[in-house]
Design a protein around this ligand. Structure first.
Ligand SMILES: C[S@@+](CC[C@H](N)C(=O)[O-])C[C@H]1O[C@@H](n2cnc3c(N)ncnc32)[C@H](O)[C@@H]1O
Length: 282
């Protein structure tokens, strides 16, 4: 089943959390001159226009990047996130918020000439756009392949340092189980790598099971960050989303301590919620 299109959701509160963690981690990796490898298992097309019909359908960016675009006194990690989104608009000759970068664009922008990047995207049309967007960048390989299988086949990278972003659409329930299986397999191949996994909170018990299984997997050093527009509800729809970080930069926890309360208030008002947890110790 490949009906999910991220254009409907680009720049929403879930993207703010995911891309803040991603940017912070890529910046951290770039502090050392040694090359790193970046793998995006579920890439999407890489760049979105917020004025196109898909984004305009529900205007989800209005609960994400929208309220941050001109906000004052941002925490450092959110200021950095916004400056990268501004760079994306400037690179496309826009000063207003018109474009929103996907994870591939962010990784391409923040990586250096010595780094290597692989993007996987299974949806044929999304893959075509992704390929067009990055075909001139020789550091990047785009795969029309299953991202989960590619992760297992690709790791460990020759660079021996890097980041794997796992951002499935969870259209099928099995994705939750696959995340645990694939992470366990990847960790055996590349234990020192950093992994960032996004998840939606639609039904809390599903996330409790996912996190419980990760806790039991033997993988060490796992942190969890969640941001929600409101507390869990039994009604349909995503109220919160989270990021699981394995071997995160040591600086991420402090950055999120400052960012999450700010984002919960700024994006969710009085109803906004957040959570941070060291799920498994180092
Ligand atoms: C949430 S979107 C990705 C968003 C992107 N990571 C970002 O942050 O901008 C998930 C993407 O995964 C693609 N996809 C679904 N199943 C896949 C699979 N097994 N392997 C690779 N891509 C897949 C979907 O077509 C969709 O474009």
């Amino acid at each position: 089943m490949l009906s999910y299109l991220h254009a409907y959701h680009a720049g929403n509160f879930a993207d703010v959390l995911k891309h803040t963690c991603l940017i912070h981690t890529l910046d951290y990796l770039a502090q050392k001159p040694k090359p790193y490898f970046y793998l995006d298992t579920h890439s999407g097309p890489g760049l979105y226009r917020l004025d196109d019909s898909e984004s305009q359908k529900n205007c989800e960016y209005q609960n994400g990047i929208g309220p941050l675009w001109e906000a004052q006194n941002l925490p450092e990690a959110i200021e950095r996130y916004r400056s990268v989104i501004q760079n994306c608009n400037q690179a496309n000759s826009e000063t207003d918020l018109t474009y929103y970068p996907g994870s591939p664009w962010l990784a391409a922008e923040l990586s250096r000439p010595q780094d290597r990047l692989s993007f996987c995207e299974l949806h044929p049309r999304e893959n075509e756009v992704l390929t067009q967007n990055f075909q001139r960048d020789r550091r990047i390989k785009v795969f029309h392949q299953d991202g989960f299988q590619t992760a297992i086949a690709t790791l460990p990278p020759k660079e021996r340092r890097g980041l794997v972003l796992i951002d499935p659409p969870y259209e099928v329930k099995q994705d939750y189980q696959r995340v645990v299986e694939v992470l366990t397999a990847c960790q055996k191949r590349f234990a020192t790598g950093t992994y960032a996994i996004w998840y939606p909170v639609v039904k809390r018990s599903t996330i409790d099971t996912l996190l419980h299984q990760l806790k039991q997997s033997g993988i060490k050093n796992i942190q969890v960050f969640e941001l929600g527009l409101q507390a869990d509800t039994s009604e349909r729809g995503m109220t919160s989303s989270g990021m699981i970080l394995i071997n995160p930069p040591w600086t991420l926890w402090r950055a999120m301590e400052k960012s999450l309360p700010f984002l919960a208030k700024q994006l969710g008002g009085d109803k906004g919620v957040y959570r941070m947890e060291q799920l498994v110790a180092e």
